[in-house]
Design a protein around this ligand. Sequence first.
Ligand SMILES: Cc1cc2nc3c(=O)[nH]c(=O)nc-3n(C[C@H](O)[C@H](O)[C@H](O)COP(=O)(O)O)c2cc1C
Length: 187
Amino acid sequence: MVKNILIVNGAVRVVGNTDILVNKITEGSLNTGTNITIFNLRDKKISNCIGCYQCRKKSTCSFQDDMTDVRGAMEKSDLMVFASPLYWCGVTGLMKTFIDRLFFYYHPHTKPLISGKKALIITPMNQKDVAHESEVLVEFYNRLFNCLKVKIVDMIFFSDIMGKKAVLNRPDYLKRAYSIGKNLINW
Ligand SMILES: Cc1cc2nc3c(=O)[nH]c(=O)nc-3n(C[C@H](O)[C@H](O)[C@H](O)COP(=O)(O)O)c2cc1C
């Protein structure tokens, strides 16, 4: 059976490290029985959550923007991949805006639409000390997906890459990303 994989890319930089890794993951997944959909958040119109709580009252969102399509893809997916470079120990603003809109699912009526789904986290970053530098991000994602009852299958960090295409000088990382893609079917 074909598995639907949704990749949400929160990178701001075009053809930066995150894009290159996402492409490698996609390349690795070819002919493995997966159907990959990529949402580059920088190309989408996703408004900030305004806290109107219409989702809690009516199970609908007051915005009709590209988040409707992303939500549709999330609900159809077997595995969601969230890729964002580490920005100030967290995700990019693009990814945070998207995540705020996941508040839609924080209600007994809407949560079942995504609860039980799986998430894989991909994080390129500059620092070498992953354990220390990723502490806040790990806590953030754990709390977020615990609230939404989404299971994090893995959090993978690509450390020590700063410049725009620095990851191209790391064949080990490119190989790893390719192999992540090849194994998406098994998660
Ligand atoms: C605004 C900003 C904040 C950053 N914050 C961190 C950080 O807290 N820790 C870290 O290790 N790297 C940090 N970085 C480095 C990026 O994570 C790194 O350059 C990454 O490879 C960028 O991915 P990209 O090429 O897809 O944009 C930051 C970079 C920027 C521009």
